[in-house]
Unconditional design. Structure first.
Length: 292
């Protein structure tokens, strides 16, 4: 069995993605038969969860601590009792992360109560953060919007980001949140949008005031796109740039119903990854990284 914690508000998308084999749904946590699968709409994946009976709050805490130190509660029932158990466990720091920074390396498990006397625990999870929630030390003055947070999260999760002097293109960049974040890394940024950049951001990049879809691809170290468009149009754009960009990070935005068919076409691109980040809305982040 594997546990999949759906991104907030996107349980139905996760269930559609998983298809048959769902054993139980506990709020956002989906218990599914079989080994872990690559799914986009899960914010955290629980590997090999085990059921543990216990007699008391202290007993439950001791059982978890006997497995490992760090645990994150995903409360789905008996919330007060779960909170009492959590209080008996070592504190896991929720301190906001500075960017850029590597992922935490300490193992972090997840657990929930099944009822008053049984818990479900997975010592190994896909996310290094409690319930997949990544919080950063925010910059409230420099960027023109909060869109930079999902770029920070994507690069943190991927474990790679542009190095000083690397050439990046930011498609659909206005008002400039991603361009700002890339310039802060001392990358050379070509910023493209029909709408102008925020005046504070304009000096940080080479700006081309044209459509992201009208630019002829050129060789870059990184392609970034947070452009608003239908997924199939973004897919065509990505395919044009694949031979020219060593690394690609794009937001796949859905308008109306989720386009699962096109999402599957993104996952079919060799060496790529499709994921729902904590800072994503009704959208997914797609990435393909070249050799480091």
């Amino acid at each position: 069995m594997t546990g999949y914690l759906a991104a907030e508000g996107f349980l139905e998308d996760l269930l559609t993605e998983l298809g048959d084999g769902v054993r139980e749904v506990r709020e956002r946590l989906v218990l599914h038969d079989g080994p872990p699968r690559a799914v986009a709409w899960a914010q955290n994946v629980w590997h090999d969860p085990v059921e543990i009976p216990f007699a008391s709050v202290n007993d439950a805490a001791k059982a978890l601590k006997a497995i490992q130190r760090n645990w994150a509660l995903c409360s789905t029932t008996e919330h007060r009792r779960a909170a009492l158990i959590a209080e008996k466990l070592p504190h896991v720091s929720a301190k906001p992360l500075g960017f850029p920074a590597p992922l935490p390396v300490a193992p972090l498990g997840s657990w929930t109560l099944l009822d008053r006397d049984r818990l479900l625990a997975a010592a190994r999870c896909s996310s290094a953060f409690p319930n997949g929630e990544v919080h950063f030390v925010e910059d409230k003055e420099g960027p023109p919007s909060r869109a930079y947070l999902k770029l920070w999260e994507a690069l943190t999760v991927l474990g790679r980001w542009p190095q000083p002097g690397e050439r990046c293109v930011d498609l659909g960049s206005s008002p400039g949140g991603w361009t700002w974040a890339l310039a802060k890394l001392q990358a050379r940024v070509v910023s493209v949008d029909k709408a102008p950049l925020d005046p504070r951001i304009a000096p940080l990049a080479e700006f081309r005031q044209e459509s992201a879809f009208g630019v002829d691809p050129f060789d870059v170290d990184w392609l970034f796109s947070d452009v608003v468009c239908y997924p199939d149009r973004l897919l065509a754009l990505v395919r044009r740039w694949l031979p020219h960009a060593r690394n690609l990070v794009c937001t796949v935005k859905f308008q109306g119903k989720t386009d699962h068919a096109t999402a599957r076409e993104f996952t079919a691109i060799e060496g790529s990854r499709l994921m729902h980040l904590f800072h994503n809305k009704h959208e997914l982040t797609w990435a393909r990284l070249g050799p480091g």
